[in-house]
Structures are given as C-alpha cells and as structure tokens.
Design a protein. Structure first.
Length: 121
C-alpha cells in the first residue's frame, strides 16, 4: 500500500512542477512559492515532495479555505473587518499554516523523475 501512495504523491508533485513550469514560461518569471489550500494541505508528505520537486517553498493552509474566504468576505462587507489584508491576518491567526522548503540533497532525484514524467505525458 505504501508504494501505491508514494507513486500517487510523486505523480502529483511532478504534475505540480509541470504546471508551475508552464506558468513560469507564460509569465516570463519564476513564481517565488506555491500556496496550497483546502483538503490537500492535510498531506504533509505531498507538500514536502512538492517543495523539492518544484524547487520552491510551499505554504499550506487553511484546510477550510472556501468557507473561511466566504466568512471573511461577509465580514468585510459588514464592516467587521477593514479589508482583505486584515482578513488574511485573521485567517492566518485562526488556523494551522504550514511551510515546506526544498531539500537540496533530493533535487537531483526529482529532476531525474521529472525528465521521465515529461516523456510520459
């Protein structure tokens, strides 16, 4: 079972890299980090893999991003929060956030895997 989960996480991390590379190309610059919200933030191993595969930090949280964003928008509309910046601060203080950074020692392995991945897709 562990090998299957590892294969799935590897594939997702490599797909993230493929998409991020395309976005970088279209924008003409490298995005500095990846932000992951929603249920996927529960999989810490996937976030670690994504950081190294994509060679940039991954920031995660909140798990209930859609609901929190909706509540924040309503609070701004009702004058309970001043603006989006304040809403982000409140959300960041109210939930668990994660930070994951690339593991330099593993980058060559991920580069090799990415080359194989690109040949298959």
């Amino acid at each position: 079972m562990g090998e299957i989960v590892r294969c799935i996480f590897d594939s997702i991390a490599l797909r993230y890299r493929w998409v991020i590379d395309k976005i970088d190309e279209m924008c003409g610059e490298k995005l500095p980090a990846i932000n992951i919200v929603g249920g996927g933030t529960k999989e810490k191993m996937l976030s670690k893999f994504a950081a190294t595969a994509c060679k940039r930090p991954v920031f995660t949280g909140p798990v209930e991003a859609t609901a929190m964003g909706n509540i924040a928008a309503q609070a701004i509309a009702m004058g309970e929060l001043h603006d989006l910046s304040e809403a982000r601060e409140v959300i960041a203080r109210s939930t668990e956030m994660g930070e994951y950074y690339p593991v330099k020692e593993d980058e060559a392995m991920w580069d090799e895997a990415y080359e194989r991945f690109c040949k298959l897709v």
